[in-house]
Design a protein around this ligand. Structure first.
Ligand SMILES: [Fe+2]
Ligand SMILES: [Fe+2]
Length: 298
């Protein structure tokens, strides 16, 4: 009888994530006792069932750090515009960054990792244009807005990805991408509908959101990443899960920072960046958004 695969990764001093192929996941406090089977790093093979448990466990743990401070504002057009600016900045350098990491893996003699990253780079190409088109559809000078404005909470995210892709061994870039895409893939049709009700009559400003939701390509990107990560050696899977956790911490703080801004602050940020006020102003959407829908679009 073949034994079911169990994977584990220590992500903080006192928390390890343990996941079974069956889908069972739990958090564990490592002990120095010889009897703790999870005290030393895993060395075995992975499986999609246990790898997804580790990756999603890492995201949940990262977001749990801000759970009590989580902002749940009603979405407004100004907040959506700022979220699109964030989406632009988290997308614009992605293909270049991924290709940089891919060439490093080629140098390191890891063509399979390079091929995976190249493929991701191809898939992500042009996503910044979707955000720009959405901004233009909303009557905003998109190019000028993104050139003059990076939302404060988004800066650390962009920096994190730049840094991970520039590392000597840039495997952590996969953890960051997974985190971003997994969160996007949680968005459902109803989240897109809520944004539509906010947009002016006849305006489609949900191109980026649609493609970065359960309706777009994100769901398949997430699945492909899980299968790929599960095929990596244990030492790489450990690094990817640790980078996923670190990225989730940064994303949680960054998104929350943006969500905590008042409507007045958001409108002022936009006005300063484009040199004029928004062409129109609309109130909040009629119904409150749930936690996932209220998060930035990327
Ligand atoms: Fe994308
Ligand atoms: Fe994607």
């Amino acid at each position: 009888m073949t034994r079911s695969i169990t994977e584990w990764v220590n992500v903080t001093n006192d928390v390890s994530i343990i996941a079974r192929e069956s889908g069972e996941v739990w958090f564990h406090t490592p002990s120095s006792s010889n009897l703790d089977p999870f005290a030393t790093p895993m060395t075995g093979v992975g499986s999609p069932g246990s790898t997804i448990g580790l990756l999603d466990g890492a995201i949940n743990l990262g977001f749990a750090a801000i759970e009590k401070r989580l902002a749940r504002p009603e979405l407004t057009i100004a907040a959506y515009i700022v979220a699109l600016v964030g989406a632009y900045h988290t997308s614009v350098d992605t293909p270049r960054n991924l290709r940089r990491a891919a060439s490093r893996f080629l140098e390191l003699g890891r063509p399979e990792v390079a091929a995976y990253l190249e493929e991701r780079a191809r898939e992500e190409t042009g996503h910044d244009r979707l955000a720009l088109k959405d901004l233009r559809a909303l009557g905003v000078l998109g190019e000028r807005l993104v050139a003059n404005f990076i939302p404060e909470g988004i800066k650390p995210l962009c920096k994190r990805f730049d840094d991970l892709c520039a590392e000597d061994y840039p495997i952590g870039s996969i953890g960051y991408s997974y985190c971003l895409e997994r969160i996007a893939a949680l968005k459902e049709k109803s989240d897109i509908e809520k944004v539509r009700t906010l947009c002016p009559e006849g305006v489609d400003a949900t191109r980026f959101l649609r493609s970065h939701s359960s309706l777009g390509s994100e769901a398949s990107h997430v699945e492909e990443t899980i299968t790929f990560v599960a095929s990596l050696p244990a030492v790489d899977r450990i690094s990817v899960v640790q980078a996923t956790y670190q990225s989730a911490l940064i994303m949680a703080e960054g998104y929350n920072h943006e969500l905590l801004k008042s409507e007045k602050e958001l409108l002022e940020e936009i006005r300063q960046a484009v040199g004029e006020a928004l062409p129109y102003s609309r109130g909040p959407v009629p119904s409150g958004l749930d936690e996932v829908g209220a998060r930035p679009v990327a």
